[in-house]
Design a protein around this ligand. Structure first.
Ligand SMILES: Cc1cc2nc3c(=O)[nH]c(=O)nc-3n(C[C@H](O)[C@H](O)[C@H](O)COP(=O)(O)O)c2cc1C
Ligand code: SF4
Ligand code: SF4
Length: 445
């Protein structure tokens, strides 16, 4: 059995599975239940200035058969009294001394920051997370994402915290910014021990077509909320990578958050450099029990790859994540259809003809329903393989001999790049496209 334990910036945890600061960590009851189910750590629902919440608070994107493919909330930080939370943190630590309890905090003035840090440390918190992420409500009061979007302010607050904190400090970033490295650098320069990301993405999930108010509707009105759940994972992965690849940030541990639901998601975040992961929406959807599948899957993965600890594969994907200009322009793949697997659904033909490069033909004579790839037209874009509903029916086959490797960057250095719209060295110049009139052949008689 591999060792799943971690030491994240000085915070020890029996495994990398942490609950993110959110409704599942709103009380000692929930955190104890989660630890009992197998979670290694919990970032307590943000403690801080007094708030009043609205009703209702959540909206979601139900994509076809999948409910809550994206989730949206307009909830604020905890509305429970600070003293109740502190008492419960203390109790949880008595029952679970080896699990990680991290107190998420959001207050305003230097005095308030320094006081609340003392309070949670006295209650026994193993670490602190600074919530600079909330994209609704709190930002209107100058906190949450209002801080996360202002690197200078963020750095100042982190340095106030670092002056007094006795336990490790994690700075949680908002994704609602064009360049995540800026607040990442500010956090590091402020002295943070670690970074976590992402908090929720500013969003409107939909409009009620009778009342014309955005969801969730509060007495006929709505507001932007924070988006999370499976839909945001790609954005979170990219932002984690931006930080873990950055020369000045890469030595600061990163806790990955955003759309995590399965062991596979967790492995992906770790491969991009995360040293722990945090989960909110998946637990709100399915409950604490999902951690069992996460653990079993992670153990199986580590056994298959002969990894003894998480540290054996943190960041292993990073050398393969490069800039576009370093990709090999000579690499060539072409789609291939396996006629034995094809169910004749036409999806690939329609997608390629209408949405890609007219590289699939479908000759319907004698009742034929199996499409054919026109090799010389195929640019290897992948679209047909992505739309095909049959696993492994369309595969992408390598057609270059692997001997040539030329990148845009190299071509730029050799002064061998197209310089005008009609330059012969431009990629698509001699590529086949049907004539304009060919479109009319598809008219129904
Ligand atoms: C209802 C709700 C309340 C949340 N409250 C907080 C909070 O109090 N503090 C915080 O730092 N993040 C809060 N978050 C953000 C989550 O901690 C997490 O960063 C985000 O949901 C992305 O993770 P997920 O895709 O696993 O949900 C909240 C999220 C939701 C859905
Ligand atoms: S890979 Fe792209 S261009 Fe090639 S057949 Fe498929 S959809 Fe068409
Ligand atoms: S999408 Fe797949 S199954 Fe459907 S016609 Fe194309 S190859 Fe066949």
């Amino acid at each position: 059995m591999p060792d799943l334990s971690i030491n994240f910036a000085g915070i020890k945890s029996p495994n990398p599975f942490w609950l993110a600061s959110a409704p599942p960590t709103n009380s000692g009851y929930q955190v104890m239940k989660a630890f009992d189910a197998g979670w290694g750590g919990a970032v307590w629902k943000t403690l801080g200035v007094p708030v009043v919440n609205v009703s209702s608070r959540y909206g979601s994107i139900n994509y076809r058969d999948t409910r809550m493919a994206g989730f949206n909330n307009i909830e604020l930080i905890t509305d429970r009294p600070l003293s109740d939370n502190l008492k419960e943190i203390e109790e949880v630590k008595k029952y679970f001394p080896d699990h990680a309890v991290i107190a998420s905090l959001m207050v305003e003035s230097q005095e308030e920051w320094q006081q609340i840090i003392k309070d949670v440390e006295n209650a026994g918190a193993d670490g602190i997370e600074l919530n600079f992420g909330c994209p609704h409500g709190m930002c209107e009061r100058g906190m949450g994402s209002a801080v996360g979007q202002e690197p200078e302010v963020l750095q100042t607050i982190v340095s106030w915290v670092m002056e007094v904190a006795q336990v490790p400090v994690i700075t949680k970033l908002t994704p609602n910014i064009s360049h995540i490295v800026d607040p990442g650098l500010a956090a590091v320069r402020g002295g943070t021990n670690a970074i976590s990301l992402i908090n929720t993405i500013k969003s409107i999930v939909g409009i009620d077509l009778d009342t014309y108010a955005p969801y969730p509707v509060v007495d006929g009105k709505g507001t932007n909320g924070g988006y999370c759940g499976p839909a945001v994972k790609p954005i979170a992965l990219e932002m984690v990578k931006e930080l873990t690849q950055h020369p000045e940030i890469k030595n600061t541990p990163v806790s990955g958050i955003g759309g995590i639901e399965t062991w596979r998601d967790i492995v992906e975040f770790i491969l991009l450099g995360a040293g722990s992961v945090q989960v909110c929406t998946a637990v709100m959807h399915y409950g604490f029990g999902i951690v069992r599948e996460m653990e079993a899957g992670l153990v199986q993965f580590m056994n298959d790859k002969n990894y003894n600890t998480i540290y054996d594969f943190i960041g292993k994907a990073l050398p393969n994540v490069t800039e576009w200009k370093h990709l090999n322009l000579k690499h060539k793949v072409v789609a291939n259809i396996n006629p034995q697997k094809c169910i004749g659904c036409d999806l690939c033909y329609i997608a390629c003809d209408d949405g890609a490069h007219q590289a699939i033909k479908l000759d319907r004579t004698n009742g034929n329903r199996i499409p054919e790839i026109i090799d010389e037209n195929c640019v290897g874009c992948n679209l047909c393989a992505l739309v095909c509903p049959v696993e492994e029916c369309i595969t992408m086959e390598k057609r270059d001999d692997g001997k040539q490797h030329v990148t845009w960057d190299q071509r730029t250095q050799l002064d061998d790049i197209p310089t005008s719209f009609n330059d012969d060295r431009a990629g698509g110049k001699h590529h086949y496209v049907p004539t304009v009139q060919d479109a009319l052949k598809h008219r129904s008689k």
